[in-house]
Ligand binder design. Structure first.
Ligand code: HEM
Length: 393
């Protein structure tokens, strides 16, 4: 079943496979040739594993057991130096420092900028004519502009980021990555590191009211390697994920019954039903057990948050999109120590963008077949043609 999930057809439509996994149980052993030793699909089991610190992110210590060649790849080194792939006290320290970017105060201070950037892109969408690609004109630039705003990347530099960030992010996809992908990601990582090193030097010389200046002033609480790796991965984590929240959400929004939904509840149901991130991976730091399945120390665990969000034991009628669903605590942002730092920011972007899209373009419609979705990490449409007719005021 998981073999099918890793194949292109399974990635295109994983939901029937998730339903079959649920019938088999919450967790199960895998053929290690697949790259993972255990799979977890049940909601309660996934939630437990994500919160249990016995199950750790694949950190440098874990990778080194398979050899140290990965260290010569700037892309892999950058990822491993970031909070994504660290554990324990180092992770907690860096997460606390970067967490300052996402306080409720900073989020509400950012709201007018998000509205301004959204409206600017609605103008761009109107100007693109019909049909326009919703992803190119709106869903890709919006999150990139917003993180740029948060970090303090100058407006004129922002269009430079999307292609590099996407190339860098491609190595996070499920299964094995090709050397060609890793080398392309290496080049992107080097360019992004150089860019942020330059920005950091400028902000150290002349601080401003932005996150890079705040982080630059933290002295020895954060090494430059940690700082640069986390600036890059922050961009990566917050960019294409939110793009797909917007793209996946738009298709669901335009289905008639969603138009009148409460924006907050609608965004939550999009995240449950069509999450941009379907899985996380952990390794067992000690012998353990997940729902009766033994997990030997050092084994890797594939946690399918996308399947957990469709677990019938947790969500009644899980394959029905229902923005009025009560108690909708999905796992789209994970759980436990690595719970998404940008959850509040991406929710805010979705809650502001969807109503503004509908009020600006009441006749907004899908204009053709969306480009296929065939990834489980950063899952979303490759393209999304829409027709826009602006309201005449
Ligand atoms: C809809 C949009 C988003 C989704 C679905 C999403 C999903 C996730 C998930 C699933 C994880 C944890 C992975 C795991 O446990 O294995 C995560 C972590 C993270 N996310 Fe997000 N994310 C989104 C938006 C953002 C944004 C906008 C930012 C920042 C600008 C961001 C920053 C981060 C960071 C820094 C982490 C690592 C936290 C840690 O390891 O302690 N994310 N995200």
């Amino acid at each position: 079943m998981v073999r099918a999930l890793l194949a292109p057809d399974g990635r295109r439509d994983p939901y029937p496979l998730y339903a079959r996994l649920h019938r088999l149980g919450a967790a199960g052993p895998l053929d290690p040739a697949l790259g993972y030793d255990v799979v977890v699909a049940g909601y309660a089991a996934a939630d437990r594993v994500l919160r249990d610190t016995t199950f750790r992110m694949l950190d440098a210590e874990h990778l080194d057991r398979g050899g140290t060649r990965w260290r010569s790849h700037p892309s892999l080194k950058t990822l491993q130096d970031s909070i994504f792939f660290t554990n324990g006290p180092d992770h907690a320290r860096v997460r606390r420092l970067f967490g300052q970017a996402f306080t409720a105060r900073r989020m509400s201070a950012l709201q007018p900028a998000i509205v301004r950037l959204t409206d600017r892109l609605l103008d761009r969408l109107a100007a693109a004519g019909s049909p326009a690609d919703f992803l190119t004109e709106f869903a890709l630039p919006l999150p990139s502009d917003v993180i740029g705003e948060l970090l303090g990347v100058p407006d004129e530099d922002r269009p430079w980021f999307p292609p590099r960030v996407r190339t860098f992010g491609a190595i996070l996809e499920i299964g094995r990555r090709s050397m060609r992908e890793v080398l392309a990601a290496d080049k992107a990582a080097v360019e992004l590191t150089e860019y942020f090193a330059g920005l950091l030097a400028r902000r150290r010389a002349e601080p401003r009211d932005d996150l890079v200046s705040v982080l630059a002033g933290m002295g020895d609480q954060l090494t430059d390697t940690e700082l640069l790796a986390n600036l890059i991965t922050l961009f990566n984590a917050g960019f294409v994920t939110t793009t797909h929240l917007l793209g996946n959400g738009l298709v669901l929004l335009l289905a008639d019954r969603s138009r009148g939904a409460d924006p907050g509840a609608f965004v939550e149901e999009v995240l449950r039903f069509e999450p941009p991130v379907h899985f996380g991976v952990r390794y067992a730091a000690a012998d353990a057990e997940i729902d009766g399945v033994p997990v030997a120390k050092g084994s890797t665990v594939l946690v399918l948050m996308g399947a957990a969000n469709r677990d019938p034991a947790r969500f009644p009628d899980p394959d029905r999109f229902d923005p009025t669903r009560p108690d909708n605590q999905h796992l789209a942002f994970s759980a436990g120590p690595h719970y998404c730092l940008g959850a509040a920011l991406s929710r805010l972007e979705g809650q502001l963008a969807f109503p503004r899209l509908l009020s600006r373009f009441p006749d907004l419609a899908i204009a053709g077949e969306p480009g296929v979705r065939n990834q489980l990490m950063l899952r979303g449409y490759a393209s999304l043609p829409v027709t826009v007719t602006a309201r005449v005021s």
